[in-house]
Design a protein around this ligand. Structure first.
Ligand SMILES: [Zn+2]
Length: 210
């Protein structure tokens, strides 16, 4: 099964991706994670990407497509995979079609911008164990402290208000054409991301035929 997950930052893609991975035994391909890993390792690719990402903007198509092509050649992708954060544009979607034929489904988790912005600026992460909190929807028991390991929580550099607005605008600039690309192919499934997390999951599973 080849899936593409579409949604603005903080639309809840990560949670739904994990559930899809568990149910269908899919490889998880997040171009954002791959890029962040390269940044923390300080590779040439990472340094190039860092400057662009810090400004809340996107790295070039060539760079992203090279990363994805490389990742899809790994063994765990044979059963199937879910792409998160790629393709982001109509052009990237066409490149992906050239690479793999066609996806089985593009799942779009739709959430209004004002809700997204509130979620974005309330997000905190644990630098030690990777736990994610949200000051509004899922706060840590003690403010600013990780429930799991007791470390001091931090905000990702790209989770402030100003950058949040840039990220949402960046998403909308390209998402319409991307969504249209999959709608024309009859591969699009749009789900209401304001619904309860479990309900969103159920809707997606139902659409995929369980
Ligand atoms: Zn922790």
């Amino acid at each position: 099964m080849k899936l593409v997950l579409i949604g603005a930052p903080a639309a809840g893609k990560g949670t739904q991706a994990r559930r899809l991975i568990d149910k269908y035994n899919l490889a998880y391909i997040s171009t954002g994670d791959i890029l962040r890993e390269q940044v923390s390792k300080g590779t040439e690719l990472g340094l190039k990407a860092k400057e662009v990402m810090d400004a809340g903007k996107l790295v070039s198509d060539e760079l992203i497509i090279a990363i994805v092509k490389d990742r899809l050649s790994e063994d765990d992708c044979k059963v199937g995979y879910i792409l998160d954060g790629f393709p982001r544009t109509d052009v990237q979607a066409q490149k992906l079609d050239e690479l793999i034929g066609s996806v089985d489904r593009a799942i779009y988790i739709k959430v209004p911008d004002d809700v997204l912005l509130t979620r974005l600026t309330a997000r905190e992460t644990c630098p030690d164990c990777g736990a994610i909190y949200n000051k509004i929807s899922s706060p840590s028991k003690e403010a600013g402290v990780c429930d799991v390991c007791g470390a001091k929580l931090t905000q990702r550099k790209d989770d402030n208000m100003e950058t949040g607005l840039v990220r949402l605008k960046t998403f909308h600039d390209t998402a319409d054409a991307l969504i249209d690309h999959y709608a024309k192919q009859g591969k699009l499934f749009e789900v209401d991301g304001l619904a309860d997390i479990d309900e969103v999951t159920n809707e997606i599973f139902k659409n995929l035929g369980e």
